[in-house]
Design a protein around this ligand. Structure first.
Ligand code: F6P
Length: 357
């Protein structure tokens, strides 16, 4: 059995931990061979770019951020376009031929929503696929947690701890813009763990007046410093998300800018000095936390177990306390968003955190 492995979409801490677990389990438990595909599906175009993976050439990568295989969030073989090209080309048949020529029996796709959708289309073309859910955004429906998320939350929480001290010294409002695309999970969880006074997420359109009321109330009662966490996908009631770049189908390739807009409004309406920090790709980098190392390792092992049982077309999934699996088509059905009336939001509101509603 020859297992191909690729990492697709934006990177996330824990990718290397999955690769390592796949290689070790495939080699030691089953005697399968593993071949790594370089730069996601791009490595399956002609000329193909691959490297043989063994337990010995993947030593020491458990704690490394990024991916030793490289990744790409642009190369969809079903709609492939080179830099600047407007119309896409369907190169999927080249990828299918190359997978067969290399001798890959099953392809493990470690990716988020976008990469898993591409993987599902290859499954429909007769390629055996096993999916592993990855994204710092934690927005995949068919799993409770994706690896990379917890590390991103920890990084954002640490940033908030630091912002509190400087905000307090200068009696300022500091706005922190966090990633998460259409989902507010990182902002919500880091916002609570990092003791934010306002948390603005895509799932709860905000009224800036409510946010300012909270800040002014704090000034009256205790302190003129406040911390506002804004998810990059947050938007005002009746307003739009701040999109920096769109794909031809309208999908937001890059969100950003809402932190500055919120900061400007707060300064104008409250008269308090405001500073804005955009944490950006720091959230995607660095060493995975222990939780993500463990989850990524369990996912990698489970992916090989699916292969050994011939269970193709499935994605491994975490339904605590178990690692299980779901059909790929279920995994890509929709996004998992924050429930605006769920327990976590309610807990924050009970403690006086405003969501601007
Ligand atoms: O999906 C992960 C993510 O980091 C999002 O939170 C963010 O919107 C996006 O990727 C950024 O992508 P890029 O690396 O293309 O800037």
């Amino acid at each position: 059995m020859e297992i191909g492995v690729l990492t697709g979409g934006g990177d996330a801490p824990g990718l290397n931990a999955v690769i390592r677990a796949i290689v070790k389990t495939a080699t030691f438990k089953y005697g399968f061979e593993v071949i790594g595909i370089i730069d996601s599906f791009d490595g399956l175009l002609t000329p193909t770019r691959t490297r043989t993976l063994t337990p010995w050439n993947t030593r020491g990568i458990l704690f490394l951020g990024g991916t030793i295989l490289g990744t790409s969030s642009k190369g969809d073989p079903f709609d492939y376009r080179t830099e600047g090209e407007k119309a896409g080309h369907d190169l999927s048949s080249i990828v299918v031929d190359n997978i067969r020529d290399i001798g890959i029996d099953v392809l493990v796709v470690i990716g988020g929503d976008g990469s898993l959708k591409i993987a599902h289309r290859f499954q429909q073309l007769g390629i055996n696929i096993v999916g592993v859910p990855k994204t710092i955004d934690n927005d995949l429906m068919a799993t409770d947690v994706t690896f990379g998320f917890q590390t991103a939350v920890d990084t954002a929480t640490e940033a908030l701890d630091k912002l509190h001290t400087t905000a307090e010294s200068h009696h300022r409002v500091i706005v922190l813009e966090l990633m998460g695309r259409y989902a507010g999970w990182i902002a919500l969880e880091a916002g609570i763990a990092g003791s934010a006074d306002a948390i603005l997420i895509p799932e709860i359109p905000f009224d800036i007046e409510k946010v300012c009321e909270k800040i002014l109330e704090r000034k009256r009662l205790c302190c003129s410093s406040s911390i506002v966490v804004v998810a990059e996908g947050a938007r005002p009631v009746g307003g739009e998300m701040s999109v920096l770049e769109r794909a031809s189908d309208g999908y937001a390739l890059r969100l950003g800018g809402i932190g500055n807009k919120v900061g400007d409004e707060i300064a104008k309406r409250t008269g308090i000095d405001v500073r804005v920090t955009v944490l950006g790709h720091v959230q995607r980098g660095g060493s995975p936390c222990a939780f993500d190392r463990l989850l990524a390792t369990r996912y990698g092992v489970a992916a090989v177990e699916l292969i050994a049982r011939g269970r193709f077309g499935e994605m491994v999934s975490f339904r605590p306390p178990h690692i299980t699996s779901v059909p790929l088509e279920e995994a890509i059905k929709g996004l998992k968003l924050v429930d605006p009336d769920g327990e976590i939001v309610m807990a924050a509101e009970a403690m006086g955190v405003t969501f601007g509603r």
